[in-house]
Design a protein around this ligand. Structure first.
Ligand code: M6R
Length: 600
């Protein structure tokens, strides 16, 4: 969601900025722009090129109206305040055009500030909250001596979440960066300094990076970085060497990131199985918080934790939990589940849980992310970079991390006997191979997608753990193929949704839970009786029974019930993918969505 790139000391700032933005484009955006310090001495000026639409549009704008310079800032915008237009695209400037700002996040008191500034004579050209920042910095520059002071004063009056980068003509050798609740990374190059909202944008230039903390302000020049903490004291932020490779974040021979990431799931599972578990004693109670797929993974986690470790738990949608007034969490472990580690709602829910007396742990993929840093213990997912907006290997590694933690805590609190624990080790050892088997049948998914390219509606149904799989399957369909896909606990159909079933409906029935399959079969009969076509997903051992009920049956390898969510989601991801491709949708960057949702 929005991307920021800034550079000081590059031979060709525009190339560095556009290339960096390209590496961030997976986050989702609808406009792009750059500001470059051009000219020298008395002739110095800030040149802006920005446009609604893609980075390709920005590139062609730049080739028609080239601009050169060694310092610049760039941005990909995901609209929050105002439509995705050229005018609302970042960077934004003050009236004099002497300073330019890019911003991720949301300035929550934007309306009040805008009114005040307008009353003071500041003229607004865009509908964005970011322009408020440009005018505020400009106003304080008029009152104070330098950009540092003006920026600090601005931060004192704005509230909300932000990552900001500012450049100013009268301080032409530097850019300033500031963050609160929105990530910002500084890259330390040879004679060049960089700022970006995420690590992949900086990897082509440097592996030495410094992560800003909330409240920090940094001054970046070609030779040094100075950081001030939230109290405006100069502070040292230890730099880190980033070890992972850019190739891990490239498509390789795959046509899309999602295709690559689906294929990587068995390897990611093997990696996670070989990795250490987070050190945390078995909790007596857990509350899971997460959004989207992470919420679905948490639903599975709740069930696993109860069955395997006898630990009671609740699952809360993070955006709901953050405003739950009556919550007391003394003696509870809050387990935040997040691939990106930057989801604003999940971060806020984790903080809220801490305030309510919970201890905090997290299941996270992205190293050095905000959620990972705020948790007292972290279980890494080891999925490698996930770029496609629709999560695949992120989801399955979340499930596997939850399964392993449930087993470990069950062993620790005596719920699982030593021999059960050994048996489970054997089961987990087989998992990567089983996943490879369940991943294999692309052609079948393609054929099925071709035959069901545009159903009026698609229902996903299941019971117990299969209900979580149904929810995740429907989410995959919705977000990448834009089909009207909904998930229901199979027993709920008769309480309303079955009214929608006619002969043009497609029902995907997930039937992998041994004690519930017969129940879901009854629901298959109900929808068949009303004309729906049914695709059933079941274990090999249930195939014969399901063949007599459904129009099409896809089988999965037999495994314990608790492992089936890891297998059952694989064909559903593939089916959503092939449907989206056939429908000509942009699978890696679906409309209106962003990879890491850093606004509320
Ligand atoms: O990075 P997170 O795991 O915190 O992201 C949470 C959701 O935004 C995410 O799972 C979203 O639902 C995906 N696009 C689903 O594919």
């Amino acid at each position: 969601m929005c991307g920021i790139m800034g550079v000081v000391g590059a031979d060709d700032a525009v190339r560095v900025l556009v290339d960096g933005l390209q590496h961030l484009s997976y986050r989702g955006y609808d406009a792009a722009g750059v500001a470059v310090m051009a000219g020298r001495d008395g002739q110095r000026r800030i040149e802006i090129r920005k446009t609604a639409g893609t980075l390709d549009k920005l590139k062609s704008l730049l080739s028609g109206q080239p601009v050169n310079g060694r310092i610049g800032i760039g941005h990909t915008r995901w609209a929050t305040h105002g439509a995705p237009t050229d005018c609302n695209a970042h960077p934004h400037t003050d009236k004099s055009g002497k300073l330019a700002v890019v911003h991720n996040g949301i300035i929550e008191n934007e309306r009040v500030l805008r009114q005040k500034l307008a009353a003071e004579g500041f003229e607004f050209r865009s509908q964005t909250d970011t322009e408020v920042v440009a005018h505020l910095v400009s106003k304080y520059l008029g009152e104070t001596c330098d950009l540092h002071c003006a920026l600090r004063k601005t931060l004192d009056v704005i509230s909300g979440a932000y990552a900001l980068v500012v450049m100013y003509i009268d301080e032409p050798d530097r850019i300033y960066a500031a963050r609160k609740d929105s990530p910002l990374v500084i890259g330390l190059g040879q004679g060049a300094g960089y700022v970006a909202s995420d690590i992949p944008a900086l990897l082509p230039h440097t592996r030495e990076m410094l992560l800003l903390e909330d409240g920090d302000v940094a001054r970046v020049t070609g030779d040094e970085v100075i950081v001030w903490d939230r109290n405006d004291n100069i502070t040292v932020r230890q730099s880190k060497t980033i070890m992972w490779d850019q190739e891990a974040a490239d498509k390789g021979e795959h046509t899309t990131f999602m295709d690559k990431e689906m294929d990587e799931q068995a390897d990611a599972a093997a990696r996670l199985l070989a990795a250490p578990l987070m050190r945390h004693e078995a909790p007596s109670r857990v509350v899971f918080v997460g959004c989207g797929s992470a919420y679905h993974a948490s639903m599975v986690g709740r069930e696993l934790l109860g069955r395997l470790a006898g630990i009671p738990s609740d699952v809360m949608i993070a955006s709901e939990m953050r405003y739950e007034p009556e919550l007391s969490l003394e003696g509870t472990l809050c387990l935040a589940v997040s691939q990106s580690g930057e989801t604003a709602d999940t971060l806020a829910a984790l903080r809220q849980a801490k305030r309510r007396g919970a201890s905090a742990a997290a299941i996270v993929n992205a190293q050095d992310s905000s959620i990972a840093r705020e948790a007292e213990a972290v279980q890494w997912m080891h999925a490698g970079p996930e770029i496609a907006v629709a999560t695949t290997k992120g989801y399955t590694t979340q499930l596997l991390a939850l399964l392993r933690l449930s087993l470990e805590w069950g062993r620790a609190n005596g719920r699982l006997s030593a021999s059960d624990a050994r048996e489970w080790e054997g089961e987990l050892g087989k998992l990567p191979e089983l996943m490879r088997g369940a991943l294999a049948d692309r052609e079948r998914a393609e054929r099925f997608a071709t035959a069901h390219i545009a159903p009026r509606l698609v229902f996903f149904i299941g019971r117990g753990l299969d209900y979580a799989t149904a929810l995740e399957g429907a989410l995959k369909f919705k977000e990448i193929s834009y089909l009207n896909a909904e998930a229901y606990a199979a027993g709920e159909l008769k309480h309303g949704p079955i009214a929608l079933i006619e002969s043009d409906a497609l029902v995907v029935a997930v039937c992998t839970q041994s004690r519930l399959t017969a129940k879901t079969v009854s629901n298959i009969r109900e929808v068949k009786a009303r004309g729906a076509r049914v695709l059933a997903l079941c274990r090999e051992s249930d195939e014969a029974g399901l063949r007599a009920e459904a129009d099409e049956v896809w089988t999965l390898p037999d495994a314990p019930d608790e492992v089936m969510p890891l297998l059952a989601i694989l064909p559903l991801q593939r089916l959503a993918y092939e449907t989206a491709i056939l429908r000509g949708c942009s699978v890696d960057k679906p409309r209106n969505l962003a990879k890491s949702v850093t606004v509320e």
